[in-house]
Write a protein that binds this ligand. Structure first.
Ligand code: NAD
Ligand code: KPL
Length: 305
């Protein structure tokens, strides 16, 4: 019997992973917030994944965090700001040698989870797949993409990558996952806050090329100072390419703000500014961007952490 995939968080990415793994015949268990959410899920009866316009249901079994079955493999699919607290309540259930796969965007939350569970192997992921919820327990697979997974402290790939292949989840084992996460963080810092402040689609930033280039210069300096020179290479060109390739899209942060949802600012721009301060790198435009974004979020009554 293969190891059960415990999926913590049945939101967009959690549902996208749980349904594809279950469809491929892997044992999957959802971990929902509490008894009320479990009751609501059991009333609905299944998760729905909408792919290429067609909806399919998957009756993935679910439980609450206080169930008793030991957890050997935990896929954490909460937002970055929820990850640490969500994993903390599962610590008594983690089996010796358990593996925790962290899907969070940005940086900071993964290290916080790893510090909480030093007995577990933590695998960090960076994904370009896109999914959103269009109803309770219902997720639309909106953007096919790729997921890189890696363990900064241990380069050997886990055997369960075969489960991902069987489930049709495009992925690759990465021996430089931190570089990938830093590069993505830098892209997100150069694009997402400005799309919120200028209230525009990604393509709208083509009218603010100087502002974008100045931020890229500071981000590249930061990446080099914190030992990530490969993530700094041609950053401005890459940001311009992404702006062009995703011109018609709203960034994830813009979507969060437009829907009055909390953003992951502390794990993106906030993390970059914190690391810059720690390394005593002076990045005035990045700091000013953070202040502008925080003021903007406050003016909308949204949290800025
Ligand atoms: P989401 O808000 O859709 O889902 C998060 C889920 O976690 C929610 O259902 C929430 O109720 C649940 N949750 C929170 N705390 C919990 C707890 N203590 N116990 C059980 N469940 C709990 O978020 P998402 O869009 O799936 O994003 C998850 C992470 O993946 C984020 O860091 C995001 O940036 C990243 N990401 C998302 C996408 C995407 O397309 N959605 C793409 C790439 C990366
Ligand atoms: O990842 C993104 C996001 O919107 O979060 C892109 C499209 C790269 C913009 O930063």
């Amino acid at each position: 019997m293969s190891t059960t995939w415990h999926v913590l968080g049945a939101g967009s990415l959690g549902t996208l992973w749980a349904t594809r793994l279950a469809r491929a015949g892997m044992p999957v268990k959802l971990i929902l917030r509490d008894a009320a959410r479990l009751q609501a899920y059991e009333t609905a009866g299944a998760l729905t994944l909408v792919e290429h316009g067609a909806a399919h249901q998957y009756a993935v079994p679910a439980e609450t965090p206080d169930a008793h079955q030991p957890i050997n493999r935990l896929l954490v699919a909460c937002k970055a700001y929820d990850a640490q607290k969500a994993v903390a309540q599962l610590l008594p259930r983690l089996a010796p040698g358990a593996e925790i796969i962290l899907l969070q965007n940005g940086l900071g939350s993964q290290d916080a989870v790893a510090a909480l569970a030093p007995q577990a192997r933590c695998i960090y992921a960076s994904s370009t797949e896109g999914a959103f919820r269009d109803g309770d327990w219902r997720v639309v697979f909106a953007g096919h993409g790729f997921t890189w997974l890696g363990d900064a402290g241990h380069p050997v790939a886990p055997v369960w990558l075969d489960d991902l292949s069987a489930a049709g989840i495009p992925h690759e084992w990465s021996t430089n996952i931190l570089t990938r996460l830093w590069r993505k963080l830098a892209l997100n810092c150069a694009i997402n806050p400005l799309t919120v402040l200028h209230d525009c689609r990604n393509g709208g930033l083509q009218a603010h090329r100087c502002e974008v280039a100045t931020l890229c210069g500071e981000l590249a300096e930061l990446l080099e100072r914190c030992g990530q020179p490969a993530a700094a290479e041609n950053l401005t060109q890459e940001v311009e390419r992404v702006i062009q390739a995703t011109a018609a899209n709203y960034s994830s942060m813009h979507q969060d703000v437009a829907s009055q949802r909390r953003t992951e600012i502390s794990y993106l721009l906030g993390y970059a500014c914190k690391v810059a301060a720690r390394h005593q790198v002076n990045l005035p435009h990045l700091n000013q961007l953070q202040q502008r974004l925080i003021s903007h979020l406050h003016s909308l009554g949204l949290p800025s952490d």
